[in-house]
Design a protein around this ligand. Structure first.
Ligand SMILES: NC(=O)C1=CN([C@@H]2O[C@H](COP(=O)(O)OP(=O)(O)OC[C@H]3O[C@@H](n4cnc5c(N)ncnc54)[C@H](OP(=O)(O)O)[C@@H]3O)[C@@H](O)[C@H]2O)C=CC1
Ligand SMILES: CC(C)=CCC[C@@H](C)[C@H]1CC=C2C3=C(CC[C@@]21C)[C@@]1(C)CC[C@H](O)C(C)(C)[C@@H]1CC3
Length: 482
């Protein structure tokens, strides 16, 4: 393996930096960061730095097939203890939020007014409804797709194929629900079933994760994820061992990431709106706003479904309890918290304030969509006229990093837009309670943590070029603040 050179294109000059062996490894490895390992430390620009250039010889054919995570690889989320704690804490949080939203004081912190018995959690009708929902979304996933997209190249050089029919699934679900309602389907009864539904969703997540863990025992080594293969069963169960678990062409992770949870979230929101109309004659303005904003977010995700194929969830993380529970239980039951809160705690909202909140959501969406689309367009075709004029940094992998446009403002402009939208989703709930701001608080923590994980991966992928990017764009998410 020879030495690699990283070319750094800066405005008005084109220079090149000598890179050490880890970068040569990165160049040879292409988009797969796991062929070269480096020790990462913080530096003044808020960016991790490369101080130990190579801990082991780089990329050989045999290594590609070796287990991706050695016993000395650093564990995330506090290791097995952290994973075990999260597996208790996350479901407990879902139930706490569901109970708090319907309680009088609606306290985010502190114990709920009353604890539910098993009778309130277990309901066979909820189980049937949940299975019917999963069955419907599976059937819609299997319908012919307008397009079949290819994912990124895997370790064995293959590329998986994914149906692009998520938006079609959303529209067909809406049609079916509309038809059902006109035939007398009591959608307004759904809010009463949220607790038992969350219970069966959580049970499903545990059972499903066990299936995924066992399935990974017989998966080829090349199918395993970079993390989640520490040898500790608790940690690996939590993080997920297999990168893209499939049965035939049915991709479990891709399906769960965008279908039952995300579409379920807007269905729960709609049911809360219908229930509010039943109780108070018409839905409140605040409820309309929350429903509208979140429908836009989910519709956008499904419309740009192909973009999810390049997120770290699909390309890097294994599929285990964290994502399975996150996708099918956490998202629908906690992301609908604002609408749940509004049903039980109606909030007055005047038109001027509503207009300001709409503006905040529009600004957030503009940044979120602009940044995501700019990167996706650039990654698909850097010569596309919409991005061809942007400044870039070349990297040893042959890929380039954008250093102007949205990605020259902060290193994660899409997170900034997402956070601004999160604020707009909570504001219709007023400022009397902290509970509806849970999403904003949790999401800030999630994105700060995610950003740190992504930076580590980018440094491993791009080495000195990433350091140069951090120097040129010093702020991570919020200009001049963070
Ligand atoms: N609502 C929710 O619960 C959640 C929403 N999200 C949203 O999902 C979206 C995707 O997020 P996520 O997958 O975390 O990460 P990003 O979409 O931000 O992707 C990060 C990747 O982008 C590439 N990249 C980084 N900087 C540059 C640059 N300057 N030029 C070109 N490419 C660059 C790198 O990959 P490479 O170079 O390999 O292309 C990097 O690994 C975000 O909008 C986020 O807000 C995320 C988590 C939860
Ligand atoms: C606390 C806990 C259980 C964490 C698990 C995290 C998951 C809830 C999130 C990880 C990444 C996600 C993404 C979306 C939803 C939340 C999870 C699954 C997403 C589908 C939301 C819509 C966006 O437009 C998106 C497609 C970019 C996004 C992808 C990441």
């Amino acid at each position: 393996m020879g030495r690699g050179r990283v070319r750094l294109k800066t405005p008005g000059q084109t220079g090149s930096l000598s890179a050490l062996s880890v970068l040569a490894g990165a160049a040879a490895a292409g988009p797969d960061p796991w062929h070269g390992r480096a020790r990462l430390l913080g530096n003044g620009a808020g960016c991790v730095s490369l101080t130990d250039y190579c801990e082991r010889p780089l990329s050989s054919g045999a290594e590609t097939m070796a287990p991706p995570q050695g016993p000395r690889a650093p564990l995330e989320f506090g290791g097995p203890m952290g994973a075990a704690a999260l597996m208790l804490l996350l479901p407990a949080t879902v139930f706490h939020l569901l109970l708090a939203a319907r309680s009088g004081p609606a306290r985010l912190l502190g114990p709920p007014a009353s604890l539910p018995g098993l009778g309130a959690l277990w309901n066979p009708r909820a189980l049937l409804l949940w299975l019917a929902w999963l069955g419907l979304q599976t059937a819609l996933y299997l319908l012919p797709a307008r397009k079949v997209a290819k994912g990124l190249e895997l370790k064995d050089k293959s590329r998986l194929r994914y149906p692009i029919n998520g938006f079609q699934a959303l529209v067909l679900t809406a049609l079916l629900v509309g038809l059902g309602m006109s035939a007398g389907l009591p959608l307004g009864a759904l809010p009463e079933m949220l607790l038992p539904l969350a219970f069966v969703a959580t049970l499903t997540a545990f059972i499903f994760s066990l299936f995924l863990y066992l399935k990974a025992q017989v998966a080829p080594v090349s199918a395993l994820a970079p993390g989640g293969n520490s040898g500790n069963p608790i940690y690996d169960f939590f993080l997920g061992r297999e990168l893209n678990p499939r049965i035939c062409s049915f991709d479990f992770k891709y399906f769960c990431e965008l279908r039952p949870g995300l579409i379920g979230w807007v269905l729960i929101n709609l049911a809360l709106l219908v229930k509010e109309a039943e109780l108070r004659g018409s839905p409140s303005l605040a409820m309309w706003l929350v429903n509208g904003f979140q429908l836009l977010y989910v519709g956008d995700a499904l419309w740009h479904e192909e973009a999810v194929l390049t997120t770290m969830d699909i390309t890097h993380d294994g599929f285990g309890f964290m994502l399975a529970f996150g996708d099918i239980a956490w998202v629908p039951f906690t992301y609908s918290l604002q609408a749940q809160f509004l049903l039980h705690h109606p909030q007055p909202l005047g038109l001027p304030m509503a207009a300001i909140i709409c503006l905040i959501n529009a600004i957030g969406y503009y940044i979120f969509r602009g940044a995501n689309s700019q990167k996706n367009t650039f990654r698909k075709n850097p010569s596309d006229p919409r991005v061809a004029g942007l400044e870039t940094i070349s990297t040893a992998t042959g890929r380039q990093l954008l250093v102007s446009g949205w990605w020259g403002m902060v290193r994660h402009p899409n997170y900034l837009g997402d956070l601004i939208m999160a604020l707009a989703w909570s504001l219709p709930c007023g400022v009397s309670h902290l509970l509806p701001y849970f999403y904003l608080l949790y999401f800030t923590a999630l994105l700060v943590h995610r950003e740190a994980r992504d930076e580590r991966q980018c440094l491993q992928k791009y080495g000195l070029a990433w350091q140069e990017y951090c120097r040129r764009v010093p702020y991570r998410i919020m200009p001049y603040i963070y």
